[in-house]
Design a protein around this ligand. Sequence first.
Ligand code: ZN
Length: 161
Amino acid sequence: MSALEALRAAGAAGIKLVLDGDDLVLTAAKAPPDTVLSELSRHKPEIVSLLRPGRDDWSGADWLAFFDERAGIVEYDGGLQRAAAEARAFECCVVEWLDRNPVRSSPDCCLHCGGSESAIDPLLPYGTTDHAWLHSRCWEAWHANRNAQAVAFLSPILRAA
Ligand SMILES: [Zn+2]
C-alpha cells in the first residue's frame, strides 16, 4: 500500500487525520482495522507531508480529495472510463492550482520578457483577482510555463494515486 492508498483507506474506514506539529492525530467513531493503522504508521512521514498545507493553503490530501471527487463526477455522471476521468480530473486540478496560486506583477513591465510597453505593444492584465501584466505575444509562453509549474507540483501527488 502506498502512502496515498493508506490515506484513502483511512478515509474509507472513517478515520479523521489531523496534524499536530509533526505528529498524526487519529480520531474514529469505531475501532479502525489493524491493517489501516499499520499502513498509516509505516507511511507516517509521507502522510505528514501530504497533510501539511502548501502556500495556497491546500495540502496534498486536499488535492487528492479534489482529484477523487472530480474523477468520480466525470466517471459516473459523465460516463467516461476511469483513465479518461482521471485525465480530466487532473486538468481540473491544474486549473484549480492556477486559480489558487495567482501571480501579481507590476504594470510597468512584462512579467515574461521584462520588456516595457509601447504604443503598438501594450501590456495587458491577465488573471481575475491578481493581475499579471504581459504583452499579448508573451501570454502563450508565460501561460505554458505556469501550466508546467502546476503539473510539476501536482504530478508527484496525484500520479501515484
Ligand atoms: Zn513581453
